[in-house]
Design a binder for this molecule. Sequence first.
Ligand SMILES: NC(=O)c1ccc[n+]([C@@H]2O[C@H](COP(=O)([O-])OP(=O)(O)OC[C@H]3O[C@@H](n4cnc5c(N)ncnc54)[C@H](O)[C@@H]3O)[C@@H](O)[C@H]2O)c1
Ligand SMILES: CC(C)[C@H](C(=O)O)[C@@H](O)C(=O)O
Ligand SMILES: [Mg+2]
Length: 365
Amino acid sequence: MKARIVTLPGDGVGPEVTAAAVAVLEAVATHYGHEFAFDEHLIGGAAIDATGEPLPAGALQACKASDAVLLGAVGGPKWSDPNAKVRPEQGLLALRAGLGVYANLRPLTVHPALATLSPLKDEKLKDVDVLFVRELTGGAYFGAKTRGADYATDECRYTEAEVERVARRAFELARARRRHVTSVDKANVLETSRLWRRTVAHVAADYPDVTLEHQLVDSMAMLLLTRPGSYDVVVTENLFGDILTDEAAALAGSLGLLPSASIGEGRTGLYEPIHGSAPDIAGKGVANPVGAILSTALLLRHSLQLEAEALAVEAAVDHVLQHGPRSRDLGGHAGTADVRDAVLAALADRAGTEHAFFGGARSCG
Ligand SMILES: NC(=O)c1ccc[n+]([C@@H]2O[C@H](COP(=O)([O-])OP(=O)(O)OC[C@H]3O[C@@H](n4cnc5c(N)ncnc54)[C@H](O)[C@@H]3O)[C@@H](O)[C@H]2O)c1
Ligand SMILES: CC(C)[C@H](C(=O)O)[C@@H](O)C(=O)O
Ligand SMILES: [Mg+2]
């Protein structure tokens, strides 16, 4: 198949992990007979430096016209002055809103070979398979903001329609999994959470085959560490989802491991690792590219409907996590390029085996 993919490397380690992810997509195209055209644009601090804006209009236009967008990360100390008028993160929020990608899927599993890196070193880890569905285009991120001489406000606003559409996504996804949804809110305090809880319960009535439980976010933060194996699909609002998924990444062994897919009603999905620009290790060639590479698997699955190719990328990553080489965050010494090359080799092996087995018959997807 032919596909147009916009890449937005961004800042810090963003360009390093994005380059590794693009190499994997290029290899998939070669091994499986696809044509992927890549079109790189600026976002974040790099875009501010070049144009004064965190998301130039041309970049957003190119994203909207593409089949999928692959993003690295934005932000960094250079652009973090609290008095700055324009910030890299605004570019990312404008992109998410511009593409209308309201559902951010963040899968969490713990690779058995990495279990010793997790803060939980016991049986609890082996059953961990959680899909976080984070609402991505509403809440405090997008409400009105004010700043006075000695105060500031961030309005947190949700409409029923915004909650309903992300809740439906969560229930649909649960149907293809273990049919359990945990909705996380702060309904004991926040009005938006009471609207959230009521709306999710209303949606649940259309999915009698899926069980729904409600959980307050503070206790959820604890339960994620004490019984992570009890969760299937976890749906929550924007800010809670941001925080809980970094916590979840620690269970997996490193923030560098987790991928994400952001989808809406439009045809273009946005794919990015959940980590940031990691200023402390940027430019050293040591960032873990696995979160970005696994984001390409989600891109192949959700935007291009290439399930076999997505599974091949995931299997190649599994192989590398099992046998190494490992980047520093996983206790190893490998650089970004070493991990990339090992994934590419595992992918080539697998594609070779599939071709031998199927006689190349499925190579054109
Ligand atoms: N999607 C995004 O673009 C995104 C996401 C999160 C944070 N940010 C931005 O990134 C900047 C830095 O934020 P932060 O330091 O709080 O979070 P961060 O995710 O950049 O880094 C947190 C810690 O995790 C480590 N880490 C992150 N990614 C890694 C990788 N691939 N391999 C190995 N280690 C990795 C870092 O070295 C650091 O110690 C901020 O400007 C923030 O707004 C952007
Ligand atoms: C950079 C920031 C705006 C972003 C968010 O909070 O959504 C990041 O933390 C993430 O998780 O993608
Ligand atoms: Mg985050």
